[in-house]
Design a protein around this ligand. Structure first.
Ligand SMILES: Cc1ncc(COP(=O)(O)O)c(C=O)c1O
Length: 343
C-alpha cells in the first residue's frame, strides 16, 4: 500500500491525470506481460468489450455469439452497441464455451464471438470459425496455455481492473489487448470521443479512458500478479489434497497447469444452496454468482436464445464459489472442507 500511495502522490503532483505518461507506461507493460503488440487502457471492462466489437466492425443489427453463463456485462456490452447477443451454451464442468457450443449458435448474421475466460479458466480456442473473436479475459489476468497468456486467444481481448479482479485497481478500469494495429488505432480513437486530436471527431465514440491514477496503482501491482496467481493455484491444490472432493456431492474444479488463475474457486454441487447455508452458519462466505444467467435477465428479454442451453442451466443450478485468495491458509481451508463434509 505504501508503494501505491507514493506513486499516487507522484501522479497528483505531476498534474497529468488524463492519459499521459503513466497510462502509456502501463499500456506498454501490460501488453508486454500479455505477449501482445498493443494495449489500450479504457474506463472499465464493459466498455472494453463494446469498443473492441466496434473496432472489429460490428454494427447495429449484427449477431454476436456470447455465453449466457457469464457476468451480465459480457452480453450487455453487445446490446449496448445495437448488436444482438446470441446466447450459446457452456460446458458445465469448465463453465466455458466449447467450439461446438459456439458453432451451434452461429447464424448467417454472426459478425463476432465473445468468449469468456470464466472464473479464471482460459476458454478453449474458438478462432478459425470465420468471424473474429473477442476474448473476455476480465476474470483471467495471467492465465497461460502453451506459453500464451490470456489476452492472446482472440483477435482482441478485454480486461477489467475492478478491485476484486486478479489484477485490480483502486476503482474502475479496463484494457483492450490486441496484435492488430488497425483495431488498436480505432480503439484508441473510440475511447476518446472518436478523436486523435480533440478537434476533429471521426466517430461517435466514448469518454472511456483508463485513469492515470489507476494506471499508477496497476503498475505497482502488475509485477506481483504471477506470484498471487501461483498462490491461488496452491490454495486450489490444497482444497483437493486435503480432501474436498470426498465431501459428499462436492465436485472441485479440475485444472491443468497454469490455464487457471482461480479468480474464483467454483465447485459444483447438486445441493449448492444447502451447502451455502451450512457454510454461512459457520461464518464461511460462499457465493452463488450467476444463478440467473444472462439470457434470463429482464433486460435481455428481446434476445431469446435460439439454441437449447442445458449446460448453462446445470451450471447456474450447481455452481458455488468457496473462499479463495492468495493468502487463504490451511486452517481456513480445513474449516471449509469440514463444513462441506458436515452439511
Ligand atoms: C466476465 C466479465 N466480463 C466483463 C466484466 C465487466 O467489467 P467491468 O466491471 O470493469 O465493467 C466483468 C467484471 O465485472 C466480468 O467478470
Amino acid at each position: 500500500m505504501d508503494r501505491i500511495a507514493e506513486r499516487l502522490a507522484d501522479v497528483a503532483r505531476s498534474g497529468r491525470y488524463i492519459l499521459g505518461p503513466e497510462v502509456e507506461a502501463f499500456e506498454r507493460e501490460f501488453a508486454d506481460y500479455c505477449g501482445a503488440r498493443h494495449c489500450v487502457g479504457v474506463g472499465n471492462g464493459t466498455d472494453a468489450i463494446s469498443i473492441s466489437l466496434r473496432a472489429l466492425g460490428v454494427e447495429p443489427g449484427d449477431d454476436v455469439v456470447v455465453p449466457s453463463f457469464t457476468f451480465y456485462a459480457s452480453a450487455e456490452a453487445i446490446a449496448s452497441i445495437g448488436a444482438r447477443p446470441v446466447f450459446c451454451d457452456v460446458d458445465p464442468e469448465t463453465f466455458c464455451v466449447t467450439r461446438e457450443s459456439v458453432q451451434a449458435a452461429m447464424t448467417g448474421r454472426t459478425k463476432a464471438i465473445v468468449s469468456v475466460d470464466l472464473f479464471g479458466r482460459l476458454a478453449p480456442d474458438v478462432r478459425g470459425l470465420g468471424v473474429p473473436v473477442v476474448e473476455d479475459a476480465a476474470q483471467a489476468h495471467g492465465a497461460r496455455r502453451d506459453d500464451r497468456r490470456a489476452g492472446t486467444w482472440g483477435d482482441v481481448a478485454t480486461f477489467s481492473f475492478f478491485p476484486s479482479k486478479n489484477l485490480g485497481g483502486l476503482g474502475d478500469g479496463g484494457a483492450i489487448v490486441t496484435d492488430d494495429d488497425e483495431v488498436a488505432e480505432l480503439a484508441r480513437r473510440l475511447r476518446f470521443h472518436g478523436s486523435t486530436d480533440k478537434t476533429t471527431f471521426t466517430e461517435v465514440g466514448y469518454n472511456s479512458r483508463l485513469d492515470a491514477l489507476q494506471a499508477a496503482a496497476l503498475r505497482v501491482l502488475l509485477p506481483d500478479l504471477d506470484g498471487w496467481n501461483e498462490a491461488r493455484r496452491r490454495v486450489a491444490r490444497a482444497y483437493e489434497a486435503r480432501g474436498l472432493g470426498s465431501a459428499d456431492g462436492v465436485e472441485p474444479p479440475r485444472f491443468e497447469d497454469e490455464e487457471h488463475v482461480f479468480h474464483l474457486y467454483v465447485v459444483q454441487s447438486d445441493r449448492a444452496d444447502e451447502l451455502q447455508r451450512t457454510l454461512a452458519e459457520r461464518e464461511i462466505g460462499a457465493r452463488v454468482y450467476y444463478r440467473r444467467p444472462a439470457h434470463e435477465q429482464p433486460a435481455m428479454a428481446d434476445y431469446p436464445p435460439m439454441v437449447d442451453l442445458p449446460g448453462t442451466a446445470e451450471a447456474a443450478r450447481t455452481h458455488l464459489a468457496l473462499p479463495m485468495g492468495p493468502l487463504l491458509d490451511e486452517r481456513a481451508i480445513d474449516e471449509v472442507i469440514a463444513a462441506c463434509a458436515s452439511g
